[in-house]
Design a binder for this molecule. Structure first.
Ligand SMILES: [Zn+2]
Ligand SMILES: [Zn+2]
Length: 419
């Protein structure tokens, strides 16, 4: 295990009084205040080099900080070590007989996962183990050469969906270790379209876009401080550079970015020069929604494409541009398709909802959203074997942390090696 000193917690009677020393007398910079309701404390971080001091004041008499200050007076409270995988560390400590205050991690300040180890085990010091939150602002544009082609992973931001719905029949006790839930049971997901550059430039899916209202953004915890326009600019591209827009399917988190509302309030295609390619069956289903899928198909995202005459429907698995072909997977929707990209003897696959995140790698880890889960099961089981055998580069459209990687299998257990 590798651990770095994250911070040292100091219990104080009164944060403002403590700031008179740390900020005013010592002249240190102080970070913004943060309240951690679950721990009933108010915290201020004081950066000191790589690590921080954390000033902690109780917000309720039943908080652990209040009990500590009452018993021993203010002073050093805990030492926090930051690790990569808190679940693995806790499991290891448990196997060594360590006395844990938290058997499983809980939410701490700055969205991190934390757990405390009893001072009886740690030689008189209260030790906190911490796994930092995925930094939502960090969504770098990543380039992957593939033979004659260049693949560029871009990001339209992050959002949250119900963890139970994301993992179908898998119990929360299992999925929560891979995808921690917030206080509304939602897990973090990214929206990562893929750009393919050859003689022509294609974008596969385009994220959620910005046409929805505040209520929608709140339900899905939309975080688009960095979105597709920023990513295109970082990649040295603009909307005019895109020749082809290819849809895996027409759900709002994939097709929302296909259209924009102009200054006059009219809907028009986001990529003015592009031909938009959609599978005919998916187009039919999206334009004839039922009560089960209606909330996912928002007509403003795709109907304007037909009106503008830029829509091209394809019927079968076929080549869209040299090296790029679509293959129906079904499962998630009847006509959901993945995109296979081949050049110079290498193969990359944009699997979309067939394996939305790395956590969905085991065959039965299938979204509750999928309309035909047994079709997903069959398609995924076949595909993953091929992906391992042919060492395909896999793009995970919704994974909050990993854009692409190679699937490996050891003793029947699958894992992904980041690309
Ligand atoms: Zn979908
Ligand atoms: Zn999706």
């Amino acid at each position: 295990m590798r651990a770095v000193l994250d911070h040292i917690g100091i219990a104080v009677q009164d944060i403002e009084a403590a700031l008179a020393f740390y900020r005013d007398a010592l002249g240190l910079e102080i970070a913004l205040p943060e309240e951690v309701a679950s721990h009933r404390v108010r915290a201020r971080f004081v950066p000191v080099g790589e690590a921080k001091l954390e000033l902690l004041e109780a917000t309720s008499p039943d908080s652990a900080i209040a009990a500590f200050v009452n018993k021993r007076g203010p002073g050093l409270h805990h030492v926090t070590l930051r690790v990569e995988d808190i679940h693995a560390v806790l499991a290891h400590l448990k196997s060594r007989g360590a006395r844990l205050i938290d058997e499983s991690p809980r939410r701490g300040a700055e969205g991190a996962l934390v757990a405390f180890i009893h001072p009886a085990t740690a030689h008189g010091v209260l030790v906190e183990i911490k796994q930092a939150a995925v930094d939502a602002r960090e969504a770098p544009v990543r380039r992957f050469p593939l033979g004659e082609l260049e693949l560029i992973s871009v990001c339209d931001g992050f959002f949250r969906l119900d963890g139970g719905a994301m993992f179908g029949v898998v119990p929360k006790a299992l999925w929560e270790r891979k995808a921690p839930a917030d206080d509304r049971n939602r897990i973090a997901l990214a929206m990562r379209p893929l750009i393919v550059r050859g003689r022509r430039t294609m974008i596969i899916d385009a994220g959620v876009g910005d046409k929805e209202n505040a209520k929608f953004n709140e339900i899905y915890a939309m975080d688009r401080r960095r979105h597709l326009d920023h990513a295109l600019a970082d990649a040295g591209l603009g909307v005019d550079d895109i020749d082809i827009v290819l849809a895996t399917h027409l759900h709002f988190d994939h097709a929302g970015g296909f259209t924009v509302r102009d200054a006059a309030g009219r809907l028009r295609p986001r990529f003015p020069r592009a031909q938009y390619i959609v599978r005919r069956g998916e187009w039919h289903d999206a334009t004839h929604p039922n009560d089960r899928n209606r909330a996912s198909y928002l007509a403003d995202n795709f109907v304007p494409l037909a009106e503008a005459g830029v829509l091209q429907l394809v019927d079968d698995d076929q080549t869209i541009m040299p090296g790029v072909r679509v293959q129906r997977t079904g499962g998630h929707t009847m006509h959901h398709q993945m995109v296979i990209i081949e050049s110079g003897g290498q193969v990359a696959v944009f699997v979309a909802e067939l394996i939305p995140t790395v956590a969905h790698l085991p065959d039965p880890w299938i979204m509750g959203y999928d309309l035909f889960p047994l079709d997903t099961l069959a398609a995924k089981s076949t595909f993953v074997k091929e992906a391992i055998a042919q060492r395909m580069l896999i793009f995970f459209e919704h994974d909050p942390a990993m854009a692409a990687g190679y699937i490996e299998s050891e003793d029947g257990k699958r894992r992904v090696i980041p690309a």
